[in-house]
Design a protein. Structure first.
Length: 201
């Protein structure tokens, strides 16, 4: 780090530079913004960061992010609990919810199966999903993993474990481009994919 800056400022720049998409110049700008900001603004940012790390947990049912033991979606009586939409990450829930077309509940896997990256089925919440499906009146499991090789492989693996009479397994329609991610798809594209979801063989 620069010997021109104080040790404390260098430390702040270093921490900002660890954020995704933040290069050295942006890290410096952010650090100087905090330095020039009022005490209350800087403290509010620090408190918000601390709260994110201390208050946000995983929902005990679906593993989405929540500040309560059960998230708002799982506790919403208007949601159809017989439909479970399986996604890789909490950000995917946000993207799907923005469409306004989802009346189901979710299950967040926490990623996808990727043996080359050291991510095996036991590292995800797949076992908990199987328990949910087999212990409740679930009629349909909508696989909304990303439409790429890892997402498709994860879908096939989970489908082989879930298959049972009375449980339909569907996949979001291929209005989603192959190789893309749910998180960055447009609302219209996701809505079409939801409506046009297809049953897996």
């Amino acid at each position: 780090m620069s010997s021109v800056y104080t040790e404390t400022l260098n430390k702040l720049i270093e921490e900002f530079s660890k954020l995704p998409g933040v290069g050295p110049k942006t890290a410096e700008r952010l650090a100087f913004h905090i330095l020039k900001a009022g005490q209350s603004e800087a403290t509010a940012l620090a408190e918000a960061i601390k709260d994110v790390k201390t208050k946000i947990k995983h929902c005990q049912i679906c593993y989405n992010l929540s500040e309560q033991p059960i998230c708002q979606i799982c506790s919403d009586p208007r949601r159809d609990k017989t439909l479970i939409c399986v996604v890789e990450q909490p950000k995917d829930v946000i993207a799907l919810e923005k469409t306004g077309a989802c009346k189901w509940v979710y299950h967040v896997l926490g990623g996808h199966i990727a043996p080359l990256e050291g991510i095996e089925p036991e590292h995800l919440t797949i076992d908990k999903l199987i328990e949910r499906v087999h212990s409740s009146d679930v009629k349909e499991v909508i696989m909304a993993t990303n439409p790429n090789l890892a997402g498709d492989g994860t879908t096939l693996y989970i489908s082989s474990l879930i298959k049972s009479p009375g449980v339909k397994i569907t996949r979001l329609a291929r209005g989603l481009p192959t190789g893309s991610t749910i998180e960055y798809a447009s609302g219209k594209m996701l809505t079409d994919a939801i409506i046009g979801r297809q049953e897996l063989d």
